[in-house]
Design a protein. Structure first.
Lengths: 199, 199
DNA sequence: CAGATTTTTGACCATATGGTCAAATCGTAC
DNA sequence: GTACGATTTGACCATATGGTCAAAAATCTG
C-alpha cells in the first residue's frame, strides 16, 4: 500500500530536486523574514507569500510551521558551528579561545540576518541546552591554560559566560550601528579574556 | 458633560484606592506570568484570570494589553534604575563602575522574575534606545579614568558593551542554575573591566 | 500520448487573540 | 434608603493564526 508520503518525512530516500530547492528557498525566506520583522510577525501565510506559494504548499514540504522555523534555525547554527569549529581546529591550543571569539564575531558581523535569527529564536523556542552556551569555550579555555602550564585562575564557566555575553552585546551593537568596529571590539575582548585566563 | 472617563487616563486626579490596588495587582500578576510562561503565552485572558477578574475589567484599568505590559515593564525598570543609581551615587568616582556592575547583578539575581521580564520584553517590544544600553556605564568608566588621571585606553563604548553583555549572561545563567555564584562572577567581571579600563 | 506521481491550490476549520459595550453590581455620600 | 459614579461582568466582534483536504495542475515515466 502506498504509504501516506508527505514530503516532510526526510531521512528515507534522497529528496527530489524540486523538494530540495523549495526547502532551501523556504529556509532562506524564513531567515530573512524573521530577521527583518521578528518571530512574532513571521506567520505561515507570510512565509508562503514571500516564497510565492500557498500555505498549503509550505505545509506540504514541512510538517508544521515550527518545523520550518526549526530547519531555518538549524541551518543558521550549523553554518556558524562549522565556520567557528574550523577556525578553532586550525589554531594552536593556547590560541584557540582567541580564534573562537574572533571567528564567532566575524561570522555574525558578516551575516546580520543570521545573527538576528539566532537572537530571535533563542528567546522564543528556548535556547539550546543551558550548558551548550558556555561549555565549548570553557573547554577551550581549560586546554589553553593547560598548554601554557598555568595554575587555575578564575572559574572557567564564568569566563566563558562573560565572553559569550560580550559577544552577543557586540553583535547586537553592530546590528544597530553597521559602522561599529566589531574587529576592534573583538580584540579588546580577547585581550581581557586572555589576561583573566592566564592570570 | 461627564467625559468618557476611563480609569486608564492617569495624570489627572489622584487614582482611587481600588484603582491603585488593581493596577498594582495587575502589574504584579503580569510580571509573574511573563516570567514564568514567557511573553507569547501571556494573554489578556490569562492576566485577567490570574487576577481573578475579567478581560473587560483589565481593560477598564488599562487602555490595552500593551499598556499593561508597558506598565509592568516600566515598574521593573524603574526599580532597577533606582537601586543601581543609588549605589552608584554612593560610590567614589573611580569605584562607580564596580558599584554599577555589582549592584546590577545583585539586584537581578535577587529578583529572578524581574530579570526574566526584562529579557522577555527586551526582544518583543524592542529595547530602549540603542545608546541607553551602554551610555550610562561608558560615562562612569570615563569619569573613573579621569579620577585616576589616566591616558585613554580601549574604547569606552566597547568596554561598556562587553560589561553589559556579560551581566546579561551571568544573570541568564543564574536563572537556569540558582546555585550559580553570581557574586563571584561579578567580582571576576569587575576585575577584568578595571584592568582593561585602567590599562 | 497515457497513466501515475509529485506539487500546488484554494476553500474551509477550529481556535485564540485583543477589544467593545450595554447592562448589572458595588460602594458611598447625602 | 436613594441616587450616582465607580467597578465589573459576560456576551459579542473582527481578525489572525496554524492546519486539513479534496481537487486541480505540473511533472515525470514508460
Amino acid at each position: 500500500m502506498t504509504e501516506r508520503r508527505t514530503a516532510s518525512d526526510a531521512g528515507n530516500r534522497p529528496l527530489s530536486f524540486i523538494e530540495r530547492t523549495r526547502r532551501d528557498q523556504l529556509i532562506q525566506v524564513t531567515i530573512d523574514l524573521m530577521a527583518e520583522h521578528g518571530h512574532a510577525a513571521t506567520s505561515l501565510a507570510r512565509i508562503a507569500q514571500a516564497a510565492g506559494i500557498t500555505k498549503g504548499a509550505v505545509l506540504y514540504h514541512f510538517a508544521s510551521k515550527d518545523a520550518v522555523v526549526a530547519a531555518a534555525r538549524a541551518h543558521v547554527i550549523d553554518t556558524l558551528v562549522a565556520d567557528v569549529g574550523a577556525a578553532v581546529e586550525a589554531a594552536p591550543a593556547d590560541q584557540a579561545p582567541a580564534a573562537y571569539v574572533r571567528r564567532m564575531i566575524a561570522h555574525l558581523a558578516e551575516r546580520p540576518h543570521h545573527a538576528r535569527m539566532i537572537t530571535e529564536t533563542l528567546i522564543h523556542d528556548g535556547g539550546p541546552a543551558p550548558e551548550a552556551r558556555w561549555k565549548p569555550l570553557a573547554t577551550l579555555l581549560g586546554q589553553a591554560r593547560e598548554a601554557r602550564g598555568l595554575a587555575p585562575g578564575p572559574d572557567l564557566r564564568t569566563l566563558a559566560l562573560i565572553a559569550g555575553g560580550a559577544i552577543d552585546a557586540i553583535i547586537g551593537e553592530r546590528l544597530q550601528d553597521p559602522a561599529y568596529d566589531t574587529e576592534a571590539a573583538a580584540e579588546t575582548l580577547i585581550t581581557m579574556l586572555e589576561s583573566a585566563t592566564f592570570a
